[in-house]
Design a protein around this ligand. Structure first.
Ligand SMILES: Nc1ncnc2c1ncn2[C@@H]1O[C@H](COP(=O)(O)OP(=O)(O)OP(=O)(O)O)[C@@H](O)[C@H]1O
Length: 249
């Protein structure tokens, strides 16, 4: 089996007496979508925050492409290829789709952000941004203001911005939230194709999307991994049904 791109080893996090994550171990392999599901308060956001570097674990490690990144900041991890999307939209609403993508491409170069408008003249950055927009199907919308896009198009743009960084692993926090059925279907299609560029760790409440996309699912409950398995295994688990899925299984 190919080496995992991302490994979470025994992560633990407490907030006072509350155990938000305990001994969480999971990995992300090349080409896969690994979904993390669980009821509200199960510890999914806490886990993502530790994986991305926004929150320091009390115990355990995060490895990216064979390197221990546990002590690195969000920005350092991003430069090593960890692309987090969707939790907080970082799009500049008054700027164009292309300007936002160029800003992302500029981030990949490590240049100071205040010079980003000048970067629009930089052909290589514009090319890189244009390729990412094409990848997500937003070429035609490149000169539209982000504020005028649909929710679904903004999600596509967030993926495009992440793509400009040449990601090695995507960490996605509820990408389907707030999308209608058409938007969810479009994004499901895009994520399905995107896994071949970089595998995706997907925290998601939308079970239709999870069942359609996930190669493996880890179920979190009270901060611990209740089980990791294929869609069929998780759907068939009496424990998971009782704890979380109920009728959705
Ligand atoms: N900064 C914090 N301080 C104190 N408690 C926290 C903090 N962040 C999270 N918690 C608690 O840790 C537990 C896990 O929360 P977390 O947000 O990780 O769950 P979640 O699975 O992401 O939930 P949801 O699906 O509602 O987003 C919850 O009981 C939450 O109240």
């Amino acid at each position: 089996m190919a080496d995992p791109v991302l490994e979470v080893r025994g992560l633990g996090k407490r907030f006072g007496a509350l155990v938000a994550n305990e001994e969480v171990t999971l990995d992300l392999r090349p080409g896969e979508i690994h979904a993390v599901i669980g009821p509200n308060g199960a510890g999914k956001s806490t886990l993502i925050a530790q994986i991305c570097g926004a929150l320091r674990p009390d115990s355990g490690e995060v490895w990216l492409r064979g390197e221990d990144v546990t002590g690195l900041s969000v920005a350092q991890r991003a430069r090593k290829g960890m692309a987090r999307t969707f939790q907080v939209s970082a799009l500049a609403m008054e700027d164009s789709v292309l300007e936002n993508a160029v800003l992302g491409a500029l981030g990949a170069t490590g240049s100071p952000w205040r010079f980003w408008r000048a970067a629009l003249d930089h052909a290589a950055l514009v090319d890189r941004a244009g390729a990412s927009l094409a990848r997500v199907g937003l070429s035609e919308a490149r000169h539209r203001r982000v504020a005028d896009l649909s929710h679904g198009q903004r999600r596509q743009l967030e993926v495009a911005v992440a793509l400009t960084l040449g990601p090695r692993a995507f960490v996605m926090d509820e990408p389907m939230a707030g999308l209608g059925s058409e938007g969810s279907a479009d994004l499901t299609h895009l994520l399905d194709a995107l896994r071949h560029e970089a595998p995706i760790l997907l925290v998601e409440h939308d079970m239709d999307a999870v069942f359609a996309l996930a190669d493996r699912i880890s179920v979190l409950l009270y901060g611990r991994v209740l089980m990791t398995g294929t869609v069929a295994e998780v759907r068939a688990s009496a424990e998971v049904r009782a704890a979380y899925l109920g009728d959705a299984a």
